[in-house]
Design a protein around this ligand. Structure first.
Ligand SMILES: [Zn+2]
Length: 337
């Protein structure tokens, strides 16, 4: 049986598998990359051979152009593929459309690198699938007991109620362009909001892609503001990437209510700092309970903890007699979530 570190190990370029000679979510260009999902900190352009789910490959092509890699290989969920001496398979991670965990196996030892994941229902992607393993590599974005994400529908209903309460004000919702934006829109529809939703141009290609993949987002209109049309946005919901709300674009809407959909909105100081009037606690990452319940469910021999608040989760594992270590991988952001 190989030592775990012989199968997968942290390096400055990302997680490296020596017997398969590939990296998982490398932060720099490499010869062979396995990519868990399309977020920019996990899926970077420039590697020669990229293996990912078909959706993640499509998303990379949308973001980086068709020539983002010399060759690409679509991973079929649950299907084992041999690379070098190891067997790899992809399994749903419940994070965004196309997101997957990568299981790496050699001589009866299995390590699962889960990438980013969540456990609660998301109408825009497949649910997380637990895969039994010897080592589970988990994210730790919200790995503190203070982070408990509230019910998604309740947060979305707060937004709808605010538009009813302030029918003369535009509601500007900051949401990450891949995943969060489409989830907010789809959840608004699930809560019965059927008015047109206005989107910033930066969201268009990805919203179109979600639609092509069968996720109905309802009527979307470009949030372009011509002279004299300000009143069209009274009481409307406008969704855009968080960065767009800091510039002049946002100030052209009528008396805007600044909203931000993020797990970080649990922290009042962050909302205040960003000038957010209506914080929506909506995350595509696990909260503390989801993280600990997942590790309890999998009961791996070891848990490797990465990108986020590693120490608290490592400590929690140790108290449960599960060996754990922080990986200290660099280059993965949690800010944009
Ligand atoms: Zn992500």
């Amino acid at each position: 049986m190989p030592r775990f570190e012989d199968l997968l190990r942290p390096t400055p370029k990302g997680l490296y598998c020596p017997p398969g000679d590939f990296y998982i979510d490398p932060v720099r260009p490499v010869e062979r990359a396995l990519v868990t999902h399309g977020h920019a900190d996990h899926a970077r352009a420039g590697s020669s051979h990229v293996m990912a789910t078909r959706e993640t490959l499509d998303i990379m092509a949308i973001r980086y152009g068709e020539d983002f890699a010399a060759t690409r290989q679509a991973a079929v969920l649950g299907e084992a593929v041999r690379i070098g001496d190891v067997t790899v398979s992809f399994h749903p991670a419940g994070h965004v459309l196309g997101s997957a965990q990568v299981a790496v196996e050699l001589g009866g030892t299995r390590i699962v690198a889960s990438g980013d994941y969540k456990r609660r229902a998301d109408p825009t992607c497949r649910p997380f699938e637990p895969v039994s393993c010897d080592v589970f590599i988990t994210e730790a974005t919200f790995a503190l007991p203070v982070f408990r994400h509230p019910d998604t529908a309740g947060e979305v209903r707060r937004l709808i109620r605010s538009t009813e309460q302030f029918p003369e004000r535009a509601h500007l919702v900051g949401a990450y362009a891949l995943g969060k934006a489409q989830r907010v829109i789809r959840c608004l529809r699930d809560e019965g909001y059927d008015r047109p939703i206005f989107i910033h141009g930066a969201l268009k290609k990805l919203c179109d892609y979600y639609e092509r993949e069968g996720i109905d987002l309802g009527e979307l209109r470009p949030a372009t503001l011509e002279r004299g049309q300000k009143a069209d946005f009274a009481g409307a919901i406008v969704v855009g990437p968080p960065s767009a709300f800091a510039d002049k674009w946002a100030r052209r809407f009528p008396d805007p209510v600044s909203c931000f959909a993020s797990g970080w909105m649990r922290v009042r100081g962050r909302a205040r700092q960003r000038g957010v009037e209506l914080p929506l606690i909506l995350s595509d990452h696990c909260d503390w309970d989801e993280l600990t319940e997942t590790i309890d469910e999998l009961r791996p021999q070891e848990a490797w903890v990465t990108h986020g608040r590693e120490e608290a989760l490592v400590r929690w594992c140790e108290l449960r007699q599960i060996r754990a270590r922080p990986l200290h991988l660099v280059g993965y952001e949690d800010e944009a979530e």
